[in-house]
Design a protein around this ligand. Structure first.
Ligand SMILES: Cc1cc2nc3c(=O)[nH]c(=O)nc-3n(C[C@H](O)[C@H](O)[C@H](O)COP(=O)(O)O)c2cc1C
Length: 293
């Protein structure tokens, strides 16, 4: 089956599956493996302390894959790496341009100037957010697509964050830009639910962190596998309803459906095969599945 969405067209990829950023928790192998599998690999800029290491990583990825991949850059990070100098990210953006990278995924706040530079360089600009209000801000600032992470996901937590389902059922009446669903997605059912509800791709971090190419320790991968998404303590930890200050959370409810360490390619294939099986069972017989309205 050929998968056609606004995001597969924009990024030139086979499947509407994007690797989620994880500073210091990804490596070039995982980025390249996701792109080689037909998805869109991402390299997280915050993982690199200097320009030379960053450029070398881009060159090394290009040696493993001839497929396209993107860069996540978060110049204004409210937590975590907030102490990093913002000019560093402008320089990383220049390097990405010099190395013919076509897509930048931003996250964080006060993104106008950075976004303008991305568009000046004629690159795709995808802005990642946790609330609908920030999605509207990204749209207004001129992003080309929005990744909206639901409460189920890991990463930044925001008291105004809503669930994947509520985001999906409201997005198309609020946003005009192509939407990429994120948060708690790890299989074909999750991807199909998102696409049928109007998303143009899905964005997965936790499920890819548990793959063989991921550099996190095996004990962490096992923790993802062992996580019970119906455990009240896990739900409480992921959702963090009692927020006073923004926090980064390394746990996602996606962990609840990951039950084996497999390669990134197997994960992508499993997602696609499961989704295609569901479509066939529903009587869908076309060779092309087109989600572009
Ligand atoms: C360990 C870890 C580190 C992360 N680091 C980043 C980061 O550096 N930048 C970023 O934009 N998002 C980061 N995220 C958020 C993910 O990219 C993604 O938006 C989020 O995990 C939701 O997807 P999931 O439910 O599939 O994990 C991180 C997530 C995890 C689990």
């Amino acid at each position: 089956m050929i998968w056609k969405t606004k995001i597969t067209e924009m990024l030139g990829i086979k499947y509407p599956i994007i690797l989620g950023a994880a500073a210091g928790k990804h490596n070039i192998k995982l980025t390249a493996a996701v792109s080689n599998a037909g998805g869109f690999g991402i390299l997280t800029g915050s993982s690199f302390r200097n320009q030379e290491k960053f450029r070398n990583a881009l060159l090394e990825i290009k040696e493993i894959t001839n497929k396209s991949f993107g860069i996540n850059l978060t110049p204004n990070n409210p937590v975590g790496f907030s102490k990093e100098p913002i000019p560093k990210f402008f320089r990383f953006l220049e390097i990405a341009k010099e190395e013919q990278i076509n897509t930048i995924i931003t996250a964080g706040s006060k993104i106008e100037e950075f976004g303008k530079k991305i568009k000046e360089y004629e690159m795709n600009w995808i802005h990642k957010v946790t609330t609908m209000r920030h999605a509207m801000y990204g749209e207004k600032m001129g992003a080309d697509a929005i990744i909206l992470t639901g409460l189920e996901g890991a990463g930044f937590k925001n008291p105004k964050q809503n669930t994947f389902l509520i985001n999906m059922v409201n997005a198309d009446r609020i946003l005009k830009l192509p939407l990429i669903a994120s948060g708690g997605i790890s299989n074909g059912k999750g991807m199909l639910m998102a696409l049928i509800s109007g998303a143009q791709a899905v964005h997965l971090c936790t499920a890819f962190l548990a793959t063989t190419e991921s550099p996190i320790p095996d004990s962490w991968k096992q923790r993802i596998i062992d996580t019970d998404c119906f455990d009240p303590n896990i739900i409480k930890k992921v959702c963090q309803f009692d927020l006073d200050t923004p926090k980064i959370n390394d746990l996602s409810l996606a962990a609840g459906t990951v039950n084996k360490i497999i390669s990134a390619e197997e994960l992508v294939n499993n997602i696609i095969n499961e989704a295609e099986k569901i479509l066939k069972n529903l009587g869908f017989q076309e060779d092309i599945i087109n989600f572009i309205q």
